[in-house]
Design a protein around this ligand. Structure first.
Ligand code: ATP
Ligand code: MG
Length: 364
């Protein structure tokens, strides 16, 4: 099939890289001049939207910041998955919380606010500490203000410079987890194991897969949450759910109707990666087996600088993926996957990569 991808970054590239092996052809829609995806297919800019549309019969997107207007335009001549409904929910933290509450999926208490006065009464209701987030356009922890005490309310509101925000109760979590599920056109669905995500300053640095000490019951609960979301939105494709693990159980943080950074480990860790399964799902192919190939995997993001990566080139059980992006502070420019049979070997591999994450992210 001729598949269009809205966006031409690393997620689009990895989707195409695996989708080409399934016999598909890829076309990208992006206004960026130089993109990681251009080696996998032609990139069309805004002026060439009609040409892009003529090329494709099916489309998907790599970011939830994709404009709904663009989706409606593409939908006139091609199928697009995941469906617009879930994209519009994932674009707005208020809609997300409403969906979780409707489906009885536990999440942080929250209140929508549209002025500093409303923020003051929301703080009375939710309590402190709490986190004020813009309802739209947030990513990598941007558009958020952590409110510790009442004297910060005015500053919090002003700093977001937005007309609408959501105040969320601060969740005292033990770990951050995520899970990726994929549903195909036939209704078939698969789930990858829960993984642990270690963030620094709002940016994902390390994923450990599977997350340690997860009971079957917890895994099933997380799968249950995804299934409820699949059912209520007629979802097709990959869906990522970010969760907080607390002493009182799992709370859902947010969703992303797409392949996710916390699923990059599946390229080397699973029989079928998140990217291949997403393409299989949206193109009507049977889904591939998840089957985790080794006991432990980890993914380390390469942020800002490539560094002395050559030293790892010949290392066993270590796989480097550079996206071909220029170095820039806080920019995700690649990742390293490691696979290991024992926790001890996993720890050794992670230790050898300590140049790639801040000290307090992970310690053996
Ligand atoms: P990303 O794009 O990286 O997923 P984001 O900008 O969409 O991030 P969130 O995932 O909502 O934003 O928040 C970023 C991080 O901030 C979370 O991973 C978590 O570490 C912290 N955080 C967010 N909300 C809460 C909360 N209610 N309580 C405690 N910590 C929180
Ligand atoms: Mg997040």
């Amino acid at each position: 099939m001729n598949i269009g991808i809205l966006g031409a970054g690393q997620l689009g590239s990895m989707l195409a890289e695996e989708g080409i092996d399934l016999g598909h052809h890829f076309f990208f829609y992006s206004d960026e001049l130089s993109t990681p995806a251009e080696k996998y297919g032609e990139v069309f800019n805004k002026k060439r939207l009609d040409e892009f549309k003529n090329k494709i019969s099916l489309a998907t997107y790599e970011t939830e910041n994709t404009s709904l207007g663009l989706i409606s335009e593409i939908e006139k001549s091609a199928e697009i998955f995941p469906p617009k409904k879930i994209l519009s929910i994932a674009q707005n933290r208020g809609f997300e919380k409403a969906l979780f509450n409707d489906l009885n999926i536990p999440c942080a208490n929250s209140v929508i606010v549209r002025s500093v006065e409303e923020l003051r009464s929301a703080v009375d209701q939710i309590g402190l500490p709490s986190i004020l987030k813009t309802t739209t356009d947030g990513y990598d922890g941007k558009g958020q203000f952590f409110i510790r005490n009442e004297s910060e309310i005015q500053k919090a509101w002003e700093s977001l410079s937005t007309s609408e925000a959501i105040l969320e109760g601060f969740v005292n979590f033990n770990r951050e987890l995520s899970i990726i599920g994929v549903r195909g056109l036939s209704g078939e669905q698969v789930f990858y194991p829960l993984v642990e995500n270690i963030h620094k300053d709002g940016i994902l640095r390390i994923t450990i897969a599977p997350a340690k000490k997860i009971s079957n019951e917890t895994q099933r609960l997380a799968e249950d949450y995804i299934t409820k979301i699949f059912d209520s939105t007629n979802h097709i494709g990959a869906l990522t759910v970010e969760l907080f693990e607390t002493n009182d159980g799992l709370l859902v943080n947010e969703i992303a109707p797409r392949v996710h950074n916390s699923g990059h480990w599946t390229i080397n860790g699973c029989t079928t990666s998140q990217f291949e399964n997403h393409i299989r799902a949206i193109s009507g192919m049977p889904l591939g087996s998840i089957n985790v190939k080794s006991n432990w995997c980890a993914m380390i993001n390469i942020i800002g600088k490539v560094g002395n990566i050559q030293q790892f080139a010949d290392k066993q059980n270590l796989f480097i993926n550079l996206y071909g992006k220029a170095e820039r502070e806080n920019r995700k420019i690649g990742h390293i996957n490691v696979v290991a049979e024992s926790e001890k070997d996993l720890n050794k591999l992670l230790e050898s990569l300590s140049d790639y994450y801040p000290l307090d992210c992970w310690k053996n």
